[in-house]
Design a protein around this ligand. Structure first.
Ligand SMILES: Cc1ncc(COP(=O)(O)O)c(C=O)c1O
Length: 397
């Protein structure tokens, strides 16, 4: 595996880098050419010979996606389901768990809104309870507190590896140890981590993991995947079944597939599925470790630049920090900062309390700017971003 990134090559592979300074990789990263070509190529084939016929012709490539995603996260191809996005992946696993009154669901302070909404919906319906594990002094989930909260009523530990809104990386493998020692199910939302840093389901010790294609993996939109450990997949009944997930075996009965594809449904974005597989191969070819080292270096550099501007403050938490940099500019609404940067073709986004209410409420924040780097960004791009931010601050003074 390469130990450094050939930045000229990856930028040549990425046409979008000639158009914009893209610091919205936590939203959707810029796709590299092999992904663009594979995705568009399949759409063109569909247009020329028909969608079903194109899928027949591309069967080997489609199957290849399961192998590539499996290899990326240390899973077998039949432990992967390809679905529409990370939320659908997470929900298919979460809603399959048979909760009883009094069962406890443990989650983190930095939890993503859609996950929390599903916890509370299930809690309301089943009598399960949702409990938030407190943070340690670094701002990550306290593994000690988690261990103390474990009892025989804990049914599930579920959390986001990296939150939507900041640089925190949760100690996923340490959490996995606690889950395994306690024999508790562990569902990891790896939406922001897959493609950004090494994610191995065996090292992490999770039973289920959800992720998306379009973010740090650099695949197309509208596709994601779910990993469920083989033996567990056979025990979990998906909340929805169709003729992909099950076979209609007699007039009044059906049989559910034995593998993780029981969480899929039949109609799918085939071009996206192929594109996601190519994105996984591309990520492994570039080198996940090398990409992660560069992402951390660039993000730390961006944090330093932002903190050096009077009136700007970084708000990231955690002992290990990733490519997401969250910050505020005194006297400016984060939306205005985003717009001003956009005028210079610099893409950032904002995060609000509606996406991470536990965390932002505890910190008394309701809105931040979110800049997220990938390995294809450059120091020069960060200098330009810092310059524009400094000019915004100056214009107000
Ligand atoms: C932490 C986290 N989990 C889950 C999701 C949902 O992913 P998707 O939009 O692919 O459903 C997001 C999206 O921003 C996220 O940031």
């Amino acid at each position: 595996m390469p130990d450094h990134i050939d930045i000229t090559k990856v930028r040549n592979d990425t046409p979008g880098t000639r158009e914009v300074i893209h610091l919205n990789n936590a939203g959707a990263a810029l796709m590299p050419k092999p992904v663009i070509d594979a995705t568009i190529g399949h759409l063109q084939l569909e247009a020329m010979i028909g969608g079903y016929e194109a899928a027949d012709q591309a069967e080997a490539q489609i199957e290849g996606t399961y192998r590539s995603i499996g290899r990326l996260i240390g899973a077998a191809p039949d432990e992967i389901a390809v679905v529409e996005n990370a939320t659908r992946a997470f929900d298919m696993a979460f809603y399959a768990i048979p909760f009883q009154p009094g069962d406890r669901i443990l989650t983190s302070m930095a939890e993503y809104a859609s996950n929390v909404i599903s916890y509370y919906q299930v809690a309301k319906k089943t009598g399960a309870v949702v409990e938030v594990v407190p943070n340690d002094e670094s701002g990550q989930l306290s593994v000690g507190a988690l261990r103390e909260m474990i009892d025989e009523r804990v049914k599930l530990i579920a959390l986001s590896h990296i939150p939507t809104s900041g640089g925190l990386v949760q100690p996923a493998a340490e959490i996995g140890k606690v889950a395994q020692e306690a024999g508790v199910l562990y569902l990891l939302d790896a939406c922001q981590s897959v493609g950004q840093l090494p994610v191995d389901v065996n090292e992490i010790g999770c039973d289920m993991l959800s992720a998306t294609s379009r973010k740090f993996l650099r695949g197309p939109r509208g596709v994601g995947f779910l990993y469920v450990r083989k033996e567990l997949a056979q025990q979990l009944e998906p909340p929805f079944l169709d003729l992909q997930a099950a076979t209609w075996t007699s007039l009044d009965d059906y049989e559910i597939r034995p593998d993780t594809r029981r969480f899929e449904n039949w109609e799918a974005n085939i071009a996206g599925k192929i594109g996601m597989g190519v994105a996984a191969e591309y990520a492994m070819e570039i080198g996940i470790e090398a990409g992660w080292a560069r992402v951390q270096q660039l993000a730390d550099g961006l944090r330093q630049r932002i903190d050096a501007i009077p009136g700007c403050a970084v708000h990231d938490l955690g002992a290990t920090r990733c490519g997401i940099v969250s910050f505020a500019v005194d006297g400016y609404d984060p939306e205005d900062v985003m717009q001003r940067l956009a005028e210079h073709r610099i893409n950032v986004r904002t995060s609000t309390v509606f996406s991470t209410r536990f965390d932002m409420t505890a910190r008394g924040i309701d809105h931040l700017v979110r800049a997220s780097v990938h390995y294809y960004n450059t120091e020069d791009e960060l200098d330009q971003t810092a310059e524009v931010l400094a000019s915004i601050v100056k214009a107000r003074a």
